[in-house]
Design a protein around this ligand. Structure first.
Ligand code: ZN
Length: 312
């Protein structure tokens, strides 16, 4: 059993995950920016103790997945915008002291990639790219069974590769990043712009737009086409760069995969002719709502578990 901690922009979830990737118990609390690190850590510790009580189990270790820049090597938090008071703090060290177990930390998209590669849709795939598309675009890359890291353990940001420099401004400073064009909110904003300001489309979510498209609404269909086009361009770039065996697609946008996958494949066919793109399978993430929590547990196995068990 592994204690799992998932720290995201809106909530912190904590759970106990067994050796097969099943969540045995879980609890969550809202993430509040104004909380001090000590208060936040107390909440995590309290939830973890409760989750262990519920499960009636002891844990062998703790895995953490967190949004934002975190240092997987030192365990230190960087400049995480939704937890400004955690900067420079080290929950890997602190949770290790409190629970007397080894603790491993990764960026949450990397945790998601490890979860899908270990227990999910990417099982037994040693070259895999995981992409999650929701309010942002995150991703993790597994090469030869190992999590790919950049310099100083840095997490590459696949959401910030530029698709169209004349596109909308992105939080990173560029224009037209994948994340600025193909997230749910980007799709919703484009759709609202296309409609007259007095129409009833104001504030429709990507999911609602997809529903309208299924009912045959012409402008919703255009929004879906555009979404698939930008998703396809980004995925084609990843295929050209990495030629992975598998791309695992997760996140809320993929709940509308029935509308998106065929046009995405069409874009890939148009532009990936110099690589064996047809060998890269696109599959949907299979770990569901608890993917990040399960991924956090997998982080521990990837770091400290038996090597042969990592992709067993
Ligand atoms: Zn960007």
């Amino acid at each position: 059993m592994i204690g799992a901690v998932d720290i995201g922009g809106t909530k912190m979830a904590v759970g106990v995950v067994d050796g097969e990737g099943r969540v045995v118990s879980r609890l969550e609390a809202p993430t509040e920016a104004e909380r001090s690190y000590e208060e936040g850590l107390d909440i995590v510790v309290g939830m973890l103790r409760k989750a262990l009580d519920h499960a009636g189990e002891k844990i062998k270790g703790i895995g953490i997945g967190s949004t934002g820049p975190v240092n997987p090597v030192t365990g230190e938090f960087g400049d995480v915008d939704f937890l400004p008071r955690w900067r420079g703090k080290n929950p890997v060290h602190d949770l290790g002291e409190i629970f007397k177990v080894r603790v491993a930390l990764e960026n949450d998209a990397d945790a998601g990639a490890l979860g899908e590669a270990g227990w999910g849709a990417g099982r037994n795939r040693s070259r895999l790219v995981y992409v999650t598309i929701g309010t942002g675009i995150g991703g993790g890359i597994i090469l030869d069974g190992q999590l790919y890291r950049g310099v100083d353990g840095a997490h590459p940001e696949v959401g910030h590769h530029v698709i169209d420099p004349s596109g909308p401004a992105c939080s990173c400073g560029f224009h037209g990043c994948w994340e600025a064009l193909a997230t749910g909110p980007a799709m919703a904003a484009w759709f609202a712009q296309q409609r007259l300001p007095d129409s009833k489309s104001d504030g429709l979510s990507a999911r609602q737009i997809c529903q309208l498209a299924r009912q045959g609404d012409a402008s919703a269909r255009r929004a879906v086409e555009r979404e698939a086009y930008y998703l396809g361009l980004g995925l084609a770039n990843l295929i050209n760069l990495f030629t992975p065996e598998t791309i695992v697609l997760g996140g809320s946008i993929m709940k509308s995969a029935d509308l998106l996958l065929d046009p995405i494949r069409k874009v890939i066919r148009q532009g990936c002719r110099f690589v064996p793109f047809e060998k890269t399978e696109l599959v949907l993430a299979s770990l569901g709502e608890d993917a990040n929590l399960i991924g956090a547990a997998r982080v521990w196995h990837h770091r400290f578990g038996k090597k042969e068990a990592v992709f067993a």
